[in-house]
Design a protein around this ligand. Structure first.
Ligand SMILES: *Cc1c(COP(=O)(O)O)cnc(C)c1O
Length: 373
């Protein structure tokens, strides 16, 4: 292991076997005629894009999706083959780079398609359809318009696919489910009308969509969050065996005793009601540990919860270790992951501060080394 190659201050451990296993479990659930396109944008949701891509290539995955041209070119420069789709906007001036690196670009609107034509750069592209999210894509409520535009640009550009994105596929309950079904119906109708164009890529399902919805035209599931072992929504129940691939750890740098009426940290937002044992941990919001967890979150030490006391600082935080034995300088602390019988997932942490697991893992900053086990 690389364990001794870095200093133990704040680090992330990523288990690529867990990630591969998540992928295998997911594959085992979906229809055999559907393939997986691994979504590895934002440095594979903080897990390390190159390592994740290589692990997935080993698993037979050949299609990847990223957010932008920098992410796409980085993968190519570091030796990742396979098909890479940019899901979002690329400034027209950068299209030569898209061509040079053999990347697939999303056409986000009719106007964008026109600009790509005018640029005279020969790139592969896929056209986005907007079925209700109102983010990017041709308005799928106007079926004739979509069909006309897609046919027109299929003659002028190298269009190899179409896709849409679901916005509540993780939701339960009649109306929410109905909305997703409507989105998929709109997409399937357009895709069916264009079947003569024989696109290589027709896809509408994300992680949640692939688990809880069906489309008759879908060829690829764009698998993001579940690959990493996290939930699209806190209320979701994931298939058995899928678990987080990432753990975030730190150590105790100092332990001290404080007495009644003493306060802890900036702004003196925590006051001790009685004598307490306080430990300092060298991880803070500059490492991506959300400051919203001040006086709210907890970490795991020797399998026990230690509540955060006071405000999270830029590089450090303080926790209450009053009832916890064997804490001293160098004791390992689990910020995310398992410790004894306890577990704290990015989903749990997110839930405490009204966000989603996606944001927690994406926000772990670059100064936190990633260790692969
Ligand atoms: C991020 C993204 C995905 C992956 O979504 P998950 O919920 O992580 O599976 C799929 N498609 C598009 C267009 C995305 O932007």
């Amino acid at each position: 292991m690389i364990m001794d190659k870095y200093v133990k201050r704040s680090w992330v451990e990523i288990n690529l076997n867990v990630l591969k296993n998540n992928c295998r479990i997911y594959k085992g659930i979906i229809d055999k005629n559907q393939k997986i396109m691994a979504v590895i944008k934002a440095d594979a949701y903080g897990h390390g894009d190159i390592k994740v891509a290589k692990a997935l290539l080993d698993e037979g995955i050949t299609d990847f999706a990223v957010s932008n041209v920098d992410e796409a070119c980085r993968l190519r420069e570091l030796g990742i083959d396979g098909n890479i789709l940019i899901l979002g906007y690329t400034p027209i001036e950068l299209l030569p780079q898209v061509a040079e690196y053999n990347i697939i670009q999303t056409i986000i609107s009719e106007e964008y398609a026109e600009e790509v034509c005018k640029s005279n750069v020969d790139i592969k592209c896929q056209i986005a359809l907007d079925t209700g999210m109102n983010r990017i894509g041709l308005n799928a409520d106007d079926v004739d318009y979509c069909i006309e535009v897609i046919r027109k640009y299929s003659k002028k550009l190298n269009v190899i696919g179409i896709f849409t994105h679901l916005c509540v596929a993780d939701g339960k309950g009649g109306e929410v489910v109905r909305f997703t079904e409507k989105q998929i119906e709109k997409f399937d109708a357009i895709a069916s009308s264009l079947s003569d164009l024989k696109f290589d890529y027709v896809h509408c399902l994300n992680s949640a969509g692939g688990l809880w919805h069906k489309s008759r035209t879908n060829m690829f599931i764009r698998l993001g969050i579940v690959l990493y072992g996290l939930k699209p929504d806190y209320m979701n129940v994931l298939p058995k065996g899928i678990s987080p691939a990432l753990e975030w750890k730190s150590v105790i740098s100092m332990v001290k005793t404080i007495y009644e009426d003493e306060t802890v940290g900036y702004g003196r937002t925590f006051t001790a009601k009685q004598e307490m044992k306080i430990a300092t941990i060298p991880t803070g919001y500059a490492d991506g540990y959300s400051r919203f967890l001040s006086n709210k979150g907890y970490v795991l030490i020797n399998g026990q919860r230690a509540n955060i006391v006071g405000r999270i600082c830029m590089d450090q935080m303080m926790v209450d270790v009053t009832g916890i034995n064997d804490v001293s300088i160098g004791t390992e602390v689990t910020l995310l992951g398992r410790s004894g019988d306890s577990q704290m997932t990015a989903d749990d942490m997110a839930h405490m501060i009204n966000t989603i697991g996606y944001e927690i893992v994406c926000n772990i900053s670059k100064r936190v080394p990633r260790v692969y086990i």
